[in-house]
Design a protein around this ligand. Structure first.
Ligand SMILES: NC(=O)C1=CN([C@@H]2O[C@H](COP(=O)(O)OP(=O)(O)OC[C@H]3O[C@@H](n4cnc5c(N)ncnc54)[C@H](OP(=O)(O)O)[C@@H]3O)[C@@H](O)[C@H]2O)C=CC1
Ligand SMILES: CC(=O)N[C@@H](CCC(=O)OP(=O)(O)O)C(=O)O
Length: 342
């Protein structure tokens, strides 16, 4: 498969390239940045020195002219770009028969009217929104395999839905009850571009975007129930934790909850079920999602925590899982010192 990555200078793009460069079925033909990027012409490993000697390919500028000249040579494209850029260009690649894996939020919400409120722009492409498949790999494998446009989930939704889906898909939650989702992310979740809010001296454990974060409608949509999402920024680089409180339907037992998780994940190569509460350090720099839960039958509640690496299972390695589903390959991630293998 001839593959391009757009957004190659960013954090997610870099992780994607690190995975795709080692993929036996991938020829990584183009690494792209924005038209006027400062990074244009630099070699990938000059920007991201972890890959020195592994990927030293020069970065090119994306433009209309590049698109017209190159699109016919591609089989797949990964967008690790701002939401509006993906929304503008995603469908143009699909129309040319190129499989699109978008890591932004541009195609995740089915209801176009939510875009102005949660993303700050109007989405003009209802057809693309309708055809996009939500890329939660463990739950939508069949639909992803047949998709032309995969909307790879956000980092918080990946951890939240990995925690929630076993319960809500078996109707074990109390109908109509509000589910509370607390998320904590490291600073790489905000991307590579400098900003005051993410500068070293400013970052401290703190909630942000309460009740207005764009992942609240995304999690609610995919869980088919209303959630309240409380994101927090924490002073470390990588990793994300979602802790979810689920009121249970009348009479649901701890054993039913355990069965739901075991059925969902006992065969998964990616979702692990440690016997203790997960830790960020156990998943950072890995493609794994670690899930642990506890049920109080008297209170009628289950609390679940899921830890992931926001840039891998929360973005790049999940996108590669989706790509593998599309090309009919298993996802094998072998951890090696200094990097990941697919
Ligand atoms: N960080 C995370 O944990 C996660 C991020 N995401 C999503 O993935 C996407 C990338 O995030 P992240 O890597 O963190 O962001 P970064 O800010 O680190 O990188 C953004 C990338 O997009 C490129 N870019 C910006 N504008 C354009 C444009 N107009 N045309 C082409 N390329 C452009 C930038 O290139 P340059 O500036 O050099 O031109 C850069 O390579 C975003 O949509 C984000 O929401 C999803 C899940 C997790
Ligand atoms: C710490 C931090 O700022 N995190 C980002 C989430 C990144 C991500 O997964 O989101 P999208 O793909 O939806 O942009 C945020 O809260 O906006």
């Amino acid at each position: 498969m001839k593959v391009a990555v757009i957004g190659a200078s960013g954090y997610v793009g870099a992780e994607l390239i690190g995975l795709l460069i080692q993929h036996p079925k991938v020829e990584l033909t183009h690494l792209l940045v924005s038209e006027n990027s400062d990074s244009c012409g630099l070699h990938f490993s000059e920007l991201h020195a972890r890959w020195l000697g592994i990927c030293d390919v020069p970065l090119q500028s994306f433009s209309q002219a590049w698109f017209e000249q190159s699109v016919d040579q591609l089989d797949a494209v990964f967008f690790a770009t701002p939401h509006e850029f993906s929304a503008q260009w995603g469908a143009s690649f699909v129309a040319k028969g190129v499989k699109v894996f978008d890591l932004s939020g541009a195609f995740r919400l089915k209801d176009a009217t939510q875009y102005p409120t949660f993303y700050g722009f109007s989405h003009g492409d209802g057809k693309a929104l309708a055809s996009a498949v939500y890329g939660l790999a463990e739950w939508n494998a069949q639909q992803i395999a047949d998709a032309n446009l995969v909307a790879v989930p956000g980092c918080y939704p990946t951890a939240s839905l990995t925690a929630l889906k076993p319960l809500v898909s078996n109707n074990l939650h109390l109908p109509g009850a509000v589910i509370s989702v607390n998320g904590i992310s490291g600073v790489s979740g905000a991307g590579r571009k400098a900003s005051l809010a993410t500068s070293f001296n400013e970052v401290s454990l703190s909630p942000y975007n309460i009740l207005v974060h764009r992942h609240q409608p995304e999690i609610s949509q995919e869980a088919s129930t209303q959630v309240i999402f409380n994101p927090h920024l924490a002073p470390y680089k990588r990793g994300l934790m979602a802790t979810v409180t689920v009121p249970l339907a009348e009479g649901v037992t701890a054993a039913q909850v355990d069965d739901a998780f075991n059925q969902a994940y006992c065969d998964s190569a990616i979702v692990r079920m440690p016997k203790a509460w997960p830790k960020i350090d156990n998943v950072a720099f890995s493609p794994f999602a670690d899930v642990h839960w506890q049920t109080d039958e008297k209170l009628g509640v289950t609390v679940i925590s899921c830890a992931i690496d926001n840039l891998l299972k929360g973005a790049a390695s999940q996108a590669v899982q989706c790509f593998n589903l599309v090309i009919g390959e298993d996802s094998h991630f072998t951890l090696l010192p200094g990097g990941q293998h697919v």
